[in-house]
Design a protein around this ligand. Structure first.
Ligand code: FCB
Length: 480
């Protein structure tokens, strides 16, 4: 295992780790996690509305019906960002708000909401970074096969054109998909995410159609908005073999294939990796699934790769006695790893967040350096990083989240080290601006820099928000 990056000496000025001059400091959210107003302004249900209203799918029976009521409170939220000095805001568009049902014309009321939001951001000097898809597929498209159907990629291209036409005058940075691994493998494999299917063949089909959707959207954005910056956000897994035995190394190779290279292969190198095709040949017929020209379409060049990082994955070869750790984002009897179902996952030693995810900033450093080595010259941004912690309001209404500050500090130091070591990292987006609807965990897990009281919708910046504001103001974090 590589040595800790934090053990080596980073460039420090007056006890600070300084970031490059134009480093962008941001915060991120997603539509279904914060907007609420699910039946307002012409929005129709998405797969997450259906899933969250299905008993037993989300902890506590929570839904995104109201969430942070951001649809009505976006002005307050932009003001809060402005007070913290946030320079860029990564949010997602709700497809079924922009194009109800996922087909046909755009919905003026839906577009107006995003116009008002982006105007507010621009007035506050905050760069809008729009994600086209953060998991909330219009339910009507799921009813005709969802991501397992090739047609959904074509619909995504059309939706992208509507969004680009309406918002391209004010949004210059676009992300096509957020974490397609989760959409495909948690949505159609383990079933812990919407639409809750548990079929490895559907999961692989979904992965290909998400790749194709990314390619279609990139082409549409290029032709509609020639000056726009186009990115995709991947939750690349920092895969570590438990030992250096050939069997454990092969387990790591397999998880890297179906966890990472299933996307980076076609997106960045123009082809699916041969070992992935071999590992999964008994599940899907790739020759029928992938049409001539698909890989070239998926490989449309991007300007920036977004990396979402929370924790590394430690894996070992299948063995009857090893205890498998839970899969990220929920528990299921079904595997999200088609073809590699028997690989064992191990919780690394040390502290964990409230999600049970190991806190390990060396994973972020190693990931950034691995991607830099594999794709030299590719600009990167950390489009999500953060932690859920057991936040509590003190009697005087404060949240003293020292554990989150430590998490952010360590991970930003790892980013700084990667910059020092040659990675081209353009920015960092804290997950998340606000406490919000954490998918299958509902409101039980709090990731925000700003605390949300879901009864009153009162927002309270946590101590970590003030810490982050200072990092932004000084373009640095303390050296220790
Ligand atoms: C990521 C998701 C984001 C949030 C964080 C904790 O996988 O993109 O919406 O759930 O995890």
């Amino acid at each position: 295992m590589p040595a800790s990056p934090l053990a080596s000496t980073a460039t420090a000025t007056l006890g600070r780790l300084d970031f490059p001059p134009r480093f962008l400091w941001g915060a991120a959210t997603a539509a279904y996690q914060i907007e609420g107003a699910v039946a307002e302004g012409g929005r129709t249900p998405s797969i997450w509305d259906t899933f969250s209203h299905t008993p037993g799918k989300v902890a506590g029976g929570d839904t995104g019906d109201i969430a942070c009521d951001h649809y009505h409170r976006y002005r307050t939220d932009v003001t809060l960002m402005s007070h913290l000095g946030i320079q860029a805001y990564r949010f997602s568009l709700s497809w079924s708000r922009v194009q109800p049902g996922g087909r046909g014309p755009a919905n003026p009321a839906g577009l107006d909401f995003y116009r008002r939001l982006t105007d507010e951001l621009l007035d506050a000097g905050i760069t809008p970074v729009a994600t086209l898809y953060h998991w909330d597929l219009p339910q009507e498209l799921e009813d005709t096969g969802g991501w397992s159907a090739r047609e959904t990629a074509e619909r995504f291209g059309e939706y992208t054109a509507l969004a680009a036409e309406a918002l391209g005058d004010r949004v210059n940075v676009w992300t096509t998909l957020n974490e397609p691994w989760c959409s495909a493998f948690l949505g159609y494999g383990s079933g812990v995410h919407a639409p809750g299917k548990t079929d490895p063949a559907l999961a692989l089909r979904a992965a290909h159609h998400l790749n194709l959707a990314h390619g279609r959207a990139t082409a549409v954005l290029r032709s509609a908005l020639p000056d726009a910056q186009v990115a995709v956000s991947l939750n690349l897994h920092q895969v570590r073999p438990l030992t250096t035995s050939p069997a454990d190394l092969d387990a790591a190779r397999r998880i890297d294939a179906v966890g990472n290279r299933v996307f980076t292969g076609p997106m960045l190198s123009g082809a699916y990796p041969a070992d992935l095709l071999a590992d999964t040949a008994h599940i899907v017929d790739w020759d029928t699934l992938v049409h001539a020209g698909d890989e070239a379409a998926i490989a449309a060049p991007i300007d920036l790769l977004g990396i979402n990082y929370y924790t590394p994955a430690v894996v070992s070869a299948p063995s009857p006695d090893a205890a498998a750790a839970g899969h990220a984002h929920g528990e299921s009897d079904h595997s999200p790893w088609p073809g590699s179902e028997d690989v064992n996952f191990h919780l690394p030693p040390g502290e964990t967040t409230e999600m049970g995810w190991a806190i390990d900033p060396t994973g972020l450093y190693d990931l950034l350096m691995d991607v830099t080595r594999a794709h030299p010259g590719l600009p990167l941004a950390i489009t999500e990083n953060g932690g859920a912690f057991p936040d509590a309001l003190t009697p005087d209404g404060q949240v003293d989240d020292h554990d989150r500050i430590a998490y952010l500090h360590q991970h930003l130091a790892a980013v700084h080290q990667a910059v020092d070591d040659g990675a081209d990292i353009r920015g960092y987006f804290l997950w998340s601006l606000l406490d919000n609807f954490e998918w299958a965990y509902g409101y039980a897990k709090r990731f925000g820099a700003i605390h949300v009281d879901y009864d009153t919708q009162l927002r309270t910046p946590k101590r970590s928000a003030r810490w982050y504001a200072r990092a932004i103001a000084t373009n640095s974090v303390p050296a220790s």
